[in-house]
Design a protein around this ligand. Structure first.
Ligand code: AMP
Length: 321
């Protein structure tokens, strides 16, 4: 059974698409498989349903998943934007969205948010489909397509949606993975895209990632039930790591006795990206204390002082719920 709010959203969403000739789809900063896959799938699907509409996928995959056929568009003119519908996928606050100046300067006519993050937002959206019970925004979009026009699904759309669900559910590992997730994935697989090729490419690792793994295994620290690693910008350069190579916080995941794991990744401007994960506790509350956010078991924040590293580690070890 679809919940009423989802059904109501689907109806209004379709109407908004019909009402606009130009549609701009946004993903979040530091993109991942979910925001990128959701954006591309939505663009392909709207184009398939309404071939005369002009759809813009703005942003970049920033070298992520280079084996997929990414297509991004230039930002349209202000004249077009003033008539356009903007759809934000997988993001909440304006400062997390790529090309957010278009939103902050109120250039778009109408805005819609489709997101599985639990947080509120600071944007005047006309419609929202926000539901943290979905493993991924791509799962929300799959659900919408299945409800609105199931026969419109094709291999390309399925592959992008699968990418979003597979990556954001931690390969169907996190507790956000439900019967609905598997039912929708089963439906996506019916379109027969090459799922093994996708898995193979997603699992491929480079020597520099292997070296980074070695670095993490040699440099991690522990405090009570918290395992963590600080990766200085100096070491990132030394290891010749690209920005998204440092993402692998899962190198410290699921070690017996350590139910919270954290990466502290220093940026070129000395700010430090905090990537918090847990298989037991709600660590989002800690991320909020440092103006960050995210999901209960996967959150993030930015800090500006190395002294805060130990402070966060100690606070993490005190979390009891
Ligand atoms: P990440 O560690 O970057 O994969 O982020 C995990 C989750 O935390 C993401 O889904 C984001 O929603 C959230 N997140 C990460 N960094 C921030 C931040 N600086 N502010 C708010 N939310 C964040």
């Amino acid at each position: 059974m679809k919940n009423n709010s989802m059904k109501t959203f689907a109806k209004q969403f379709l109407q908004e698409i019909k009402n606009h000739q130009y549609i701009v789809i946004f993903h979040h900063q530091r993109p991942d498989g979910d925001c990128l896959g959701s954006q591309q799938a939505l663009k392909l699907w709207i184009k398939k349903m309404f071939p005369n509409k002009t759809i813009y996928a703005v942003g970049s995959n920033e070298n992520l998943f280079p084996f997929l056929n990414w297509k991004f568009n230039k930002i349209p003119s202000n004249k077009i934007l003033s008539k356009a519908l903007g759809i934000v996928v997988d993001a909440n606050y304006a400062n997390r969205i790529i090309c957010n100046e278009l939103i902050l300067e109120n250039k778009l006519k109408t805005l819609i948010r489709i997101d599985h993050h639990p947080e509120k937002d600071d944007i005047n959206y006309k419609l929202r489909f926000v539901d943290p019970t979905y493993s991924a925004s791509a799962e929300q979009i799959a659900d919408l397509i299945k409800l609105i026009a199931p026969s419109s699904l094709d291999k390309k759309i399925s592959q992008f949606l699968y990418l979003g669900i597979y990556t954001d559910s931690g390969r169907f590992f996190y507790d956000t993975t439900t019967a609905r997730t598997h039912a929708l994935v089963s439906w996506l697989l019916e379109s027969n895209f090459k799922v093994f090729d996708l898995h193979k490419n997603l699992s491929l690792r480079t020597i520099s990632e292997l070296e980074f793994n070695k670095y993490v295994l040699s440099n991690y620290k522990t405090h009570k039930n918290v395992i963590y690693c600080f990766i200085s910008y100096h070491d990132i350069k030394k290891l010749k790591l690209k920005d998204n190579n440092t993402n692998r916080v899962d190198f410290l995941a699921n070690i017996e006795g350590y139910d919270i794991w954290i990466f502290f990744i220093q940026n070129v401007d000395k700010s430090i990206r905090v990537r918090l994960r847990s298989n037991k506790f709600n660590i989002a509350q800690l991320a909020h204390q440092y103006n960050g956010g995210g999901h209960k078991k996967a959150s993030g924040a930015i800090i500006y002082d190395e002294k805060e590293i130990l402070e966060i580690v100690k606070k993490a070890a005190l979390i009891r719920d």
